[in-house]
Design a binder for this molecule. Structure first.
Ligand SMILES: NC(=O)c1ccc[n+]([C@@H]2O[C@H](COP(=O)([O-])OP(=O)(O)OC[C@H]3O[C@@H](n4cnc5c(N)ncnc54)[C@H](O)[C@@H]3O)[C@@H](O)[C@H]2O)c1
Ligand SMILES: O=c1ccn([C@@H]2O[C@H](COP(=O)(O)OP(=O)(O)O[C@H]3O[C@H](CO)[C@@H](O)[C@H](O)[C@H]3O)[C@@H](O)[C@H]2O)c(=O)[nH]1
Length: 324
């Protein structure tokens, strides 16, 4: 288990995982169409520009680089956009994934790590979301990811393709050395947008909804550092390969923070003040999403290393000298 094809590896979470794979002695190879990612994020790593839908190219890459396992990050990722243009999401996040899975089956590659999401659960029916929580997504994005989770169960049963579905809560933060971080154009995620407001790159930060049933009325999320996600990928891959068994894990810190608390923490860490405005709720957003990650902690011996303040500090470092 050495050569790992990282599909979508030029993106935010993928590129951070590539760096951690490298540190742990693996040979990551990046496959990305650069629709959202950045080649600069994976400088020095073998890179193939290609689309998820290109089965022929994928099979050529598998054999050329003697791929042992695939980590699949490529997808469209925005909850709000998925409500407006669901077709785009079903095509990229479901239909094209079949090409990748079929190429793997035809090439005899048996190990797959999938970027799933908290959005597969929908509105929580209990405070902390563990792996037994019902999966009733309330937006097209969450439905696309749940569809792939189900496809993977069938591919395991019928073709012996083993997979781990990692349901991340809200990925955030930058590498501690400040070299890789979040860079989307346009940006839609809360923490980078708050930084844009703090650095005067936008007039204000808009709070989407202040009438949620939460302590301060704003939506609560579980923010988990990208390097913590990266280490979970490697631990999950190793366990899957050792036991030749599929698995599912919810990955979060177990602590929920409201939009207002995020804004206050950025103000505190940076010492900068900026304008905050109330705006209507964003379609497709649940009020609260917080993980119970006991299963990952127990089975994988995984422990998140970054608390919220530390996360915001890594973003501050990245934002000061970002290169892409
Ligand atoms: N960001 C989060 O908080 C979060 C939370 C849960 C799950 N996820 C999932 O994690 C994964 C990575 O998210 P991210 O935030 O790094 O997103 P990102 O947009 O930064 O990265 C995705 C990468 O995939 C590439 N890509 C997209 N479609 C492709 C295609 N058809 N062919 C080849 N490459 C393609 C993009 O160019 C980009 O580099 C996604 O699957 C996302 O759904 C993200
Ligand atoms: O300008 C902004 C941007 C966001 N928000 C709110 O901040 C929270 C977090 O939003 P965002 O950073 O866009 O993340 P989510 O919509 O929670 O989705 C992320 O986290 C999910 C897992 O929980 C992943 O599946 C998605 O891919 C990823 O985009 C939400 O309540 C938003 O409404 C604002 O109030 N103002």
């Amino acid at each position: 288990m050495k050569n790992i094809l990282v599909v979508g590896g030029a993106g935010y979470i993928g590129s951070n995982t590539v760096r951690v794979l490298e540190i742990k002695g693996y040979s990551p190879i990046v496959y990305d169409n650069l629709s959202k990612g950045h080649k600069k994020a994976v400088r020095g790593i073998p890179f193939i520009k290609g689309d998820l839908g290109d089965k022929k190219k994928l099979k050529t890459v598998f054999s050329k680089f003697k791929i042992d396992a695939v980590m699949h990050f490529a997808a469209f990722t925005e909850v709000g956009e998925s409500v407006i243009t669901p077709a785009k999401y079903y095509e990229n996040n479901v239909a094209k994934v079949l090409n990748l899975l079929d190429a793997m089956v035809e090439s005899g590659i048996n190990y797959f790590v999938f970027s799933s999401t908290a959005a597969t659960f929908g509105e929580p029916v209990k405070e902390l979301i563990d792996e037994t929580h019902p999966q009733n997504p309330i937006n097209p994005y969450g439905r696309t990811k749940l569809m792939v989770e189900n496809i993977l169960k069938d591919y395991d049963h019928s073709y012996g393709l083993k997979s781990v579905c990692l349901r991340y809560f809200n990925a955030c933060g930058a590498s501690p050395d400040g070299k890789t971080g979040e860079s989307h154009d346009p940006e839609t995620h809360l923490i980078p947008l708050v930084f844009q407001a703090a650095l005067g790159k936008r007039e204000s930060i808009k709070v989407f909804g202040n009438d949620y049933p939460t302590p301060d009325g704003t939506a609560v999320r579980d923010y988990i550092h990208v390097n913590d996600l990266a280490s979970a990928h490697i631990l999950a891959l190793e366990k899957m390969a050792k036991e030749n068994k599929s698995a599912w894990y919810n990955l979060g810190s177990g602590s929920g923070y409201s939009v207002k608390e995020i804004i206050e923490t950025v103000k505190e860490v940076t010492g900068l003040d900026f304008k905050v405005e109330n705006a209507p709720r964003r379609a497709g957003d649940p009020a609260v999403l917080v993980a119970d990650s006991a299963k990952a902690k127990q089975d994988l011996k995984w422990e998140p290393q970054f608390n919220l303040k530390e996360i915001i500090k890594t973003v501050a470092k990245w934002e000061r000298k970002r290169k892409y």
